[in-house]
Design a binder for this molecule. Structure first.
Ligand code: ATP
Length: 313
Protein backbone atom coordinates (compact mmCIF):
# COMPACT_ATOMS: atom_id res chain seq x y z
CA UNK A 1 0.00 0.00 0.00
CA UNK A 2 1.40 3.39 -0.90
CA UNK A 3 2.22 5.89 1.81
CA UNK A 4 -0.14 8.86 2.26
CA UNK A 5 2.53 11.33 1.12
CA UNK A 6 3.10 9.32 -2.10
CA UNK A 7 -0.63 9.15 -2.73
CA UNK A 8 -0.92 12.91 -2.16
CA UNK A 9 2.02 13.67 -4.47
CA UNK A 10 0.65 11.41 -7.23
CA UNK A 11 -2.77 13.02 -7.08
CA UNK A 12 -1.22 16.50 -7.14
CA UNK A 13 0.78 15.54 -10.23
CA UNK A 14 -2.45 14.28 -11.83
CA UNK A 15 -4.48 17.39 -11.01
CA UNK A 16 -2.01 20.29 -11.10
CA UNK A 17 -1.58 22.61 -14.08
CA UNK A 18 1.80 24.17 -15.02
CA UNK A 19 0.94 27.15 -12.80
CA UNK A 20 -1.13 26.12 -9.79
CA UNK A 21 -2.27 27.82 -6.59
CA UNK A 22 -2.77 26.08 -3.23
CA UNK A 23 -5.53 27.14 -0.83
CA UNK A 24 -3.87 26.92 2.57
CA UNK A 25 -5.71 27.56 5.85
CA UNK A 26 -2.92 26.39 8.18
CA UNK A 27 -4.89 23.29 9.27
CA UNK A 28 -3.47 19.75 9.04
CA UNK A 29 -5.17 18.98 5.71
CA UNK A 30 -3.88 21.99 3.83
CA UNK A 31 -0.43 21.89 5.46
CA UNK A 32 -0.17 18.26 4.23
CA UNK A 33 -1.10 19.54 0.77
CA UNK A 34 1.66 22.15 1.02
CA UNK A 35 4.21 19.53 2.17
CA UNK A 36 3.38 17.18 -0.71
CA UNK A 37 3.36 20.02 -3.29
CA UNK A 38 6.67 21.39 -2.00
CA UNK A 39 8.27 18.14 -3.18
CA UNK A 40 7.17 18.97 -6.73
CA UNK A 41 8.41 22.55 -6.88
CA UNK A 42 11.07 21.68 -9.43
CA UNK A 43 8.49 20.75 -12.08
CA UNK A 44 5.47 22.88 -11.21
CA UNK A 45 5.04 26.55 -10.42
CA UNK A 46 3.02 26.69 -7.19
CA UNK A 47 1.69 29.79 -5.48
CA UNK A 48 0.11 29.78 -2.03
CA UNK A 49 -3.07 31.69 -1.12
CA UNK A 50 -3.98 32.09 2.55
CA UNK A 51 -7.30 33.77 3.28
CA UNK A 52 -7.68 35.64 6.56
CA UNK A 53 -11.43 35.81 7.26
CA UNK A 54 -10.89 37.81 10.43
CA UNK A 55 -13.53 35.66 12.14
CA UNK A 56 -11.51 34.96 15.28
CA UNK A 57 -9.14 37.05 17.33
CA UNK A 58 -5.59 36.31 16.23
CA UNK A 59 -6.60 35.09 12.74
CA UNK A 60 -3.90 37.37 11.31
CA UNK A 61 -1.25 35.54 13.37
CA UNK A 62 -2.55 32.16 12.17
CA UNK A 63 -2.31 33.38 8.58
CA UNK A 64 1.21 34.79 9.12
CA UNK A 65 2.37 31.55 10.72
CA UNK A 66 1.03 29.48 7.80
CA UNK A 67 2.74 31.89 5.39
CA UNK A 68 6.13 31.49 7.13
CA UNK A 69 5.74 27.70 7.17
CA UNK A 70 5.05 27.72 3.44
CA UNK A 71 8.08 29.95 2.84
CA UNK A 72 10.18 27.47 4.85
CA UNK A 73 8.85 24.66 2.68
CA UNK A 74 10.31 26.51 -0.32
CA UNK A 75 7.35 28.39 -1.77
CA UNK A 76 8.33 31.82 -3.04
CA UNK A 77 4.89 33.08 -4.06
CA UNK A 78 2.91 33.23 -0.83
CA UNK A 79 0.11 35.74 -0.36
CA UNK A 80 -2.33 36.45 2.44
CA UNK A 81 -5.66 37.84 1.33
CA UNK A 82 -7.64 39.59 4.03
CA UNK A 83 -11.37 39.55 3.41
CA UNK A 84 -14.36 41.02 5.20
CA UNK A 85 -17.33 38.89 6.14
CA UNK A 86 -20.56 39.36 8.05
CA UNK A 87 -19.26 36.96 10.68
CA UNK A 88 -20.91 33.68 9.71
CA UNK A 89 -19.59 30.56 7.96
CA UNK A 90 -21.59 31.12 4.76
CA UNK A 91 -20.32 34.66 4.21
CA UNK A 92 -16.76 33.50 5.03
CA UNK A 93 -17.07 30.84 2.34
CA UNK A 94 -18.35 33.35 -0.24
CA UNK A 95 -15.54 35.77 0.61
CA UNK A 96 -12.95 32.97 0.47
CA UNK A 97 -13.98 31.86 -3.01
CA UNK A 98 -14.05 35.50 -4.19
CA UNK A 99 -10.45 35.85 -2.91
CA UNK A 100 -9.49 32.60 -4.71
CA UNK A 101 -11.03 33.89 -7.95
CA UNK A 102 -9.10 37.15 -7.61
CA UNK A 103 -5.85 35.29 -6.91
CA UNK A 104 -6.41 33.09 -9.96
CA UNK A 105 -6.97 36.02 -12.28
CA UNK A 106 -4.13 38.13 -10.82
CA UNK A 107 -1.60 35.30 -11.06
CA UNK A 108 -2.80 33.76 -14.32
CA UNK A 109 -2.69 30.32 -12.66
CA UNK A 110 -4.84 27.71 -14.32
CA UNK A 111 -5.82 25.74 -11.23
CA UNK A 112 -6.29 26.01 -7.48
CA UNK A 113 -5.91 22.96 -5.24
CA UNK A 114 -7.92 22.50 -2.04
CA UNK A 115 -7.23 19.99 0.72
CA UNK A 116 -10.61 18.30 1.28
CA UNK A 117 -10.11 14.74 2.55
CA UNK A 118 -12.04 11.48 2.55
CA UNK A 119 -13.41 12.44 5.99
CA UNK A 120 -14.85 15.67 4.52
CA UNK A 121 -16.37 13.52 1.78
CA UNK A 122 -17.96 11.12 4.31
CA UNK A 123 -19.42 14.04 6.27
CA UNK A 124 -20.80 15.59 3.11
CA UNK A 125 -22.49 12.34 2.05
CA UNK A 126 -24.02 11.79 5.49
CA UNK A 127 -25.31 15.38 5.56
CA UNK A 128 -26.85 14.77 2.12
CA UNK A 129 -28.54 11.53 3.25
CA UNK A 130 -29.95 13.25 6.31
CA UNK A 131 -31.38 16.05 4.17
CA UNK A 132 -33.05 13.54 1.83
CA UNK A 133 -30.89 14.55 -1.13
CA UNK A 134 -30.70 12.99 -4.58
CA UNK A 135 -27.84 11.50 -6.55
CA UNK A 136 -26.03 14.74 -7.41
CA UNK A 137 -25.72 15.77 -3.76
CA UNK A 138 -24.81 12.25 -2.62
CA UNK A 139 -21.96 12.42 -5.15
CA UNK A 140 -20.38 14.74 -2.56
CA UNK A 141 -17.30 16.82 -3.18
CA UNK A 142 -16.07 16.56 -6.79
CA UNK A 143 -12.31 15.95 -7.39
CA UNK A 144 -12.42 18.61 -10.13
CA UNK A 145 -14.89 21.41 -10.74
CA UNK A 146 -13.91 24.21 -13.05
CA UNK A 147 -10.50 25.52 -11.98
CA UNK A 148 -10.71 23.92 -8.52
CA UNK A 149 -9.31 20.45 -7.78
CA UNK A 150 -9.02 18.33 -4.65
CA UNK A 151 -6.08 15.90 -4.68
CA UNK A 152 -6.49 14.65 -1.07
CA UNK A 153 -9.92 13.05 -1.38
CA UNK A 154 -8.34 9.59 -1.07
CA UNK A 155 -6.54 10.50 2.16
CA UNK A 156 -8.07 10.51 5.64
CA UNK A 157 -7.66 13.30 8.15
CA UNK A 158 -5.41 10.94 10.15
CA UNK A 159 -3.22 10.62 7.03
CA UNK A 160 -2.83 14.39 6.73
CA UNK A 161 -1.95 14.69 10.41
CA UNK A 162 0.69 11.98 10.05
CA UNK A 163 2.17 13.73 6.97
CA UNK A 164 2.54 16.92 9.03
CA UNK A 165 4.01 15.09 12.02
CA UNK A 166 6.55 13.20 9.91
CA UNK A 167 7.60 16.44 8.21
CA UNK A 168 7.84 18.22 11.57
CA UNK A 169 5.29 20.81 10.49
CA UNK A 170 2.81 22.02 13.09
CA UNK A 171 -0.75 22.90 12.17
CA UNK A 172 -3.57 25.01 13.43
CA UNK A 173 -6.72 23.48 14.89
CA UNK A 174 -9.71 25.67 14.14
CA UNK A 175 -11.56 26.15 17.44
CA UNK A 176 -14.86 26.57 15.56
CA UNK A 177 -14.38 23.02 14.22
CA UNK A 178 -15.32 21.67 17.61
CA UNK A 179 -18.38 23.87 17.98
CA UNK A 180 -21.11 21.28 17.61
CA UNK A 181 -23.70 24.01 17.08
CA UNK A 182 -22.68 23.78 13.43
CA UNK A 183 -24.41 20.83 11.84
CA UNK A 184 -21.27 19.64 10.03
CA UNK A 185 -19.25 19.67 13.24
CA UNK A 186 -21.99 17.77 15.00
CA UNK A 187 -21.76 15.10 12.30
CA UNK A 188 -17.93 15.10 12.59
CA UNK A 189 -17.59 15.01 16.36
CA UNK A 190 -20.74 13.25 17.54
CA UNK A 191 -22.67 11.35 14.87
CA UNK A 192 -19.83 9.69 12.94
CA UNK A 193 -17.88 8.63 16.08
CA UNK A 194 -21.12 7.21 17.51
CA UNK A 195 -21.84 5.25 14.33
CA UNK A 196 -18.25 3.98 14.21
CA UNK A 197 -18.44 2.84 17.80
CA UNK A 198 -21.80 1.13 17.33
CA UNK A 199 -21.30 -0.37 13.90
CA UNK A 200 -17.54 -0.59 13.55
CA UNK A 201 -16.22 -1.24 10.05
CA UNK A 202 -15.06 1.11 7.42
CA UNK A 203 -17.65 3.85 7.79
CA UNK A 204 -15.61 6.62 6.15
CA UNK A 205 -14.66 4.29 3.33
CA UNK A 206 -18.27 3.17 2.82
CA UNK A 207 -19.61 6.72 2.68
CA UNK A 208 -16.84 7.73 0.28
CA UNK A 209 -17.79 4.75 -1.91
CA UNK A 210 -21.40 5.95 -1.93
CA UNK A 211 -20.09 9.29 -3.20
CA UNK A 212 -18.11 7.63 -6.01
CA UNK A 213 -21.03 5.45 -7.10
CA UNK A 214 -23.51 8.32 -6.91
CA UNK A 215 -21.14 10.57 -8.90
CA UNK A 216 -21.01 8.05 -11.75
CA UNK A 217 -24.80 7.61 -11.69
CA UNK A 218 -25.43 11.37 -11.55
CA UNK A 219 -23.15 11.94 -14.53
CA UNK A 220 -24.93 9.30 -16.63
CA UNK A 221 -28.41 10.51 -15.67
CA UNK A 222 -27.49 14.12 -16.39
CA UNK A 223 -26.12 13.23 -19.83
CA UNK A 224 -29.34 11.32 -20.59
CA UNK A 225 -31.44 14.24 -19.34
CA UNK A 226 -29.63 16.65 -21.68
CA UNK A 227 -30.40 14.39 -24.64
CA UNK A 228 -34.02 14.03 -23.52
CA UNK A 229 -34.30 17.80 -23.20
CA UNK A 230 -33.08 18.28 -26.77
CA UNK A 231 -35.63 15.71 -27.96
CA UNK A 232 -38.58 17.16 -26.04
CA UNK A 233 -38.08 20.91 -26.50
CA UNK A 234 -39.73 22.67 -29.42
CA UNK A 235 -40.54 26.21 -30.44
CA UNK A 236 -43.78 26.14 -28.39
CA UNK A 237 -42.26 24.65 -25.22
CA UNK A 238 -41.53 21.17 -23.85
CA UNK A 239 -43.58 18.52 -25.61
CA UNK A 240 -45.48 16.55 -22.96
CA UNK A 241 -45.87 13.37 -24.94
CA UNK A 242 -42.14 13.14 -25.57
CA UNK A 243 -41.33 14.17 -21.98
CA UNK A 244 -43.63 11.51 -20.50
CA UNK A 245 -42.02 8.79 -22.60
CA UNK A 246 -38.89 9.04 -20.40
CA UNK A 247 -38.56 7.56 -16.90
CA UNK A 248 -39.49 10.05 -14.12
CA UNK A 249 -35.82 10.36 -13.06
CA UNK A 250 -35.12 11.81 -16.52
CA UNK A 251 -38.39 13.75 -16.91
CA UNK A 252 -37.85 15.60 -13.63
CA UNK A 253 -34.27 16.46 -14.60
CA UNK A 254 -35.47 17.82 -17.97
CA UNK A 255 -37.93 20.06 -16.14
CA UNK A 256 -35.16 21.29 -13.83
CA UNK A 257 -32.89 22.03 -16.81
CA UNK A 258 -35.66 23.92 -18.59
CA UNK A 259 -36.59 25.86 -15.45
CA UNK A 260 -32.96 26.83 -14.84
CA UNK A 261 -32.57 27.96 -18.43
CA UNK A 262 -35.69 30.10 -18.06
CA UNK A 263 -34.03 31.82 -15.07
CA UNK A 264 -35.54 29.93 -12.10
CA UNK A 265 -33.28 29.89 -9.05
CA UNK A 266 -32.89 27.66 -5.96
CA UNK A 267 -35.21 25.00 -7.31
CA UNK A 268 -36.27 23.00 -4.22
CA UNK A 269 -37.42 19.37 -4.31
CA UNK A 270 -40.92 20.62 -3.43
CA UNK A 271 -40.94 22.95 -6.50
CA UNK A 272 -39.56 20.13 -8.65
CA UNK A 273 -42.46 17.90 -7.51
CA UNK A 274 -44.89 20.70 -8.38
CA UNK A 275 -43.39 20.89 -11.89
CA UNK A 276 -43.66 17.08 -12.22
CA UNK A 277 -47.33 17.21 -11.19
CA UNK A 278 -47.92 19.95 -13.77
CA UNK A 279 -46.27 17.88 -16.50
CA UNK A 280 -47.66 14.48 -15.47
CA UNK A 281 -44.16 13.16 -14.87
CA UNK A 282 -43.88 10.24 -12.43
CA UNK A 283 -46.40 8.33 -10.42
CA UNK A 284 -47.98 11.54 -9.21
CA UNK A 285 -51.49 11.18 -10.62
CA UNK A 286 -52.71 14.42 -9.09
CA UNK A 287 -51.97 16.44 -12.18
CA UNK A 288 -52.10 20.11 -11.27
CA UNK A 289 -53.43 22.71 -13.69
CA UNK A 290 -50.71 25.17 -12.68
CA UNK A 291 -49.25 27.65 -13.02
CA UNK A 292 -46.26 26.74 -10.84
CA UNK A 293 -44.44 29.76 -9.42
CA UNK A 294 -40.65 29.54 -9.16
CA UNK A 295 -37.98 31.71 -7.55
CA UNK A 296 -36.60 34.24 -10.00
CA UNK A 297 -40.12 35.38 -10.96
CA UNK A 298 -40.62 32.47 -13.33
CA UNK A 299 -43.96 30.69 -13.88
CA UNK A 300 -44.52 27.33 -15.54
CA UNK A 301 -47.80 26.74 -17.44
CA UNK A 302 -49.33 23.81 -19.23
CA UNK A 303 -50.69 24.82 -22.63
CA UNK A 304 -52.47 21.96 -24.40
CA UNK A 305 -49.58 19.61 -25.13
CA UNK A 306 -46.59 21.65 -23.96
CA UNK A 307 -45.02 23.12 -20.82
CA UNK A 308 -44.04 26.77 -21.12
CA UNK A 309 -41.90 28.88 -18.78
CA UNK A 310 -42.55 32.63 -18.65
CA UNK A 311 -41.19 35.54 -16.66
CA UNK A 312 -43.71 37.09 -14.28
CA UNK A 313 -43.73 40.84 -13.91
N1 ATP B 1 -8.70 30.48 5.15
C1 ATP B 1 -8.36 29.72 4.13
N2 ATP B 1 -7.39 30.12 3.29
C2 ATP B 1 -7.04 29.37 2.22
N3 ATP B 1 -7.60 28.18 1.94
C3 ATP B 1 -8.57 27.74 2.74
C4 ATP B 1 -9.02 28.48 3.87
N4 ATP B 1 -10.00 27.79 4.48
C5 ATP B 1 -10.16 26.66 3.77
N5 ATP B 1 -9.32 26.62 2.72
C6 ATP B 1 -9.16 25.54 1.72
O1 ATP B 1 -10.41 24.86 1.59
C7 ATP B 1 -10.28 23.51 2.06
C8 ATP B 1 -11.55 23.10 2.76
O2 ATP B 1 -11.71 23.87 3.90
P1 ATP B 1 -12.93 23.69 4.87
O3 ATP B 1 -13.13 22.23 5.11
O4 ATP B 1 -12.75 24.60 6.01
O5 ATP B 1 -14.08 24.28 3.98
P2 ATP B 1 -15.54 23.78 3.74
O6 ATP B 1 -16.43 24.91 4.03
O7 ATP B 1 -15.79 22.49 4.45
O8 ATP B 1 -15.45 23.47 2.18
P3 ATP B 1 -15.81 24.43 0.97
O9 ATP B 1 -16.03 25.79 1.51
O10 ATP B 1 -14.64 24.37 0.04
O11 ATP B 1 -17.03 23.79 0.39
C9 ATP B 1 -9.05 23.53 2.96
O12 ATP B 1 -8.49 22.25 3.07
C10 ATP B 1 -8.15 24.51 2.23
O13 ATP B 1 -7.52 23.91 1.12
Amino acid sequence: MSRPIDLARNQIIRLAAPHTLLGISGGADSMALAIAASQLLRDTRFGVVIVDHGLQAGSDRVAQHAASQCAELGFTQVQIKTVSTSGDEASARTARYAAFEQALSESGAQRLLLAHTKDDQAEQVLLGILRGSGTRTLAGIPPIRGRYARPLLELTRADTESICQRAGVDYWEDPSNTDTAYRRNHIRHKVLPFLREQLGGQLTESLARTARLAAADAEALEAWAHQAWEQSRGTQGINLQVLQSFPPAIGSRVLRLAAAEAGARNLSSERTSALCALAGVGTNKSRSAGPVQLDGKISAFRRSSVIVFTTTR
